[in-house]
Unconditional design. Structure first.
Length: 132
């Protein structure tokens, strides 16, 4: 019996360690996974495929200000390599903004701009832009 109870105690110890390890994984993994999935969602294609999955930090109508470098300025959309946007928990990246409704001037590739944009159901719209 003594041997059995020792083995049982050892088994319980293993289970406890396993449980603690699992709990640690559960506590840490979702944070990393969430950050990763938010990064993925920031990809334009991903966002347009999942219009309901808005960034929780901002309401759809919020106008966000950021800085970046113009990569391409087209007739309907502009590509901007923007700096990190802590307000949205976004890392620096290049992304496209719709020019629908934009009334301001156009900028050339390479120009550093401060710009404002808002989220719409189809993606992100440029609201205003100016040189830094
Ligand atoms: Cu972006």
């Amino acid at each position: 019996m003594k041997l059995l109870s020792v083995r049982f105690a050892a088994l319980r110890g293993t289970l406890l360690v396993t449980a603690l390890y699992t709990a640690t994984l559960l506590l840490t993994a979702p944070t990393a996974a969430l950050a990763e999935s938010m990064h993925d969602m920031h990809d334009m294609q991903g966002m347009q495929d999942m219009p309901g999955m808005n960034t929780p930090a901002a309401q759809p109508a919020d106008v966000i200000t950021a800085t970046g470098v113009v990569k391409n300025w087209g007739a309907e959309k502009v590509s901007i390599a923007h700096q990190a946007i802590p307000q949205l928990n976004w890392p620096p990246m290049t992304m496209q903004f719709s020019l629908q409704g934009y009334q301001g001037q156009a900028f050339a590739p390479g120009q550093h701009i401060t710009f404002a944009f808002k989220q719409v159901t189809t993606g992100y719209q440029l609201v205003s832009a100016s040189t830094n």
